[in-house]
Design a protein around this ligand. Sequence first.
Ligand SMILES: Nc1ncnc2c1ncn2[C@@H]1O[C@H](COP(=O)(O)OP(=O)(O)O)[C@@H](O)[C@H]1O
Ligand SMILES: [Mg+2]
Length: 369
Amino acid sequence: MNRLTLDDLAPGRTFETSFFANDAPGSRFRWRATQLDGRRAPKVVLSDDARIQEGVPCVVRVVHVGKPESATHGHVEVVWDRAASFRVEGVWLDPSVARKLEVLLDSGLNILLDGPQGCGKTTLARAVATQLGMDFVFFNCGAVVEASDFFATIQVRASESGAPVTDFVKTEILEAIERASSDASRRVLVFLDELNRCPEPARNALMPALDSTRRVFHPIENRFLAIPDHVQFVAAINRGRQFSATFGLDAAQLDRFAPLRMTYPPPEEEVKILRRRHPSLAAKVVERVVVVADAVRRSPEIATGLSVRATDEACVYLAHPRFGGGTDDQIRDVLRTSFCLRFDGDADDVTTDAGAVWTIVEQTLRQAE
Ligand SMILES: Nc1ncnc2c1ncn2[C@@H]1O[C@H](COP(=O)(O)OP(=O)(O)O)[C@@H](O)[C@H]1O
Ligand SMILES: [Mg+2]
């Protein structure tokens, strides 16, 4: 089912792939691949195009299929067509956001991921670091109280005499900056989660690290430490349909970042994400869950988002033998928990958010029946 057939490979058609060096002795082709668009090709894919780089995804065009009648011989000859669009493994990204993200990662600018909760900001940052071979530092700004907390925390312990002594302990951010300073090959992605949640003065203290001065005060060594160029900052803020008053970054802080607005994956993409994670679940069940989530997210009455975590959780229940089958009643029951409990109020009280969500769940499921 996942294999392409020769009919799919008419000359002129394009596919995405990446190549290995072709080590077959005597071959006139430098490059070899076995997959096209993530599916197995019916014959080995060969190319001698000088624009191809090993392991770098590209789009190729079919020029010729050799020995089409043979089941065991022949090859598909392709030429390079264009570079593949930037993709992050396992994460759905709006194509226009993906294009900008690629440029920003290339340029080293600070990036601000702005989007509703559970739209994939953390997942994206982590996957980018993995894909680009960067050290990933996760830092939750919601836990920051004071300015120095970004770089060191104060720990109190008992000395030998029993008297309390205080130690400065470096945070992972400071450790990563130090590591990167002494090793130019260590690229670091510092992810500042929930940047809007930390107190204003603390956030201000971070600003010199983010602007062109690029330095931080080392609270343990009492000196300024330069931040090397191969340390890149990516911050995230959660913003649904909330009013901007609850959103803390001021203009000067915002200006230090290149903002990227993220949204929930469109329903068909969310279905794909969830079906990959829950292969035992019937497509229809996953689709119902996502259709309801989409209706909740679109509702003008509901200001906060409904995370992909919520749809994923519903699928966990429905894929379990206890909920086997995924009848409409079971879906209703599960969504009452997985969706409504994420909102304030009571599902039975329509004047609350939870109640408004429950109304949407029931209406949407009835329409889908
Ligand atoms: N665009 C997406 N592509 C793939 N998975 C996603 C996407 N958005 C959310 N998810 C999944 O939803 C969950 C929550 O995502 P997360 O990255 O923690 O969201 P955020 O940081 O924006 O609150 C994770 O399990 C993640 O894999
Ligand atoms: Mg997150």
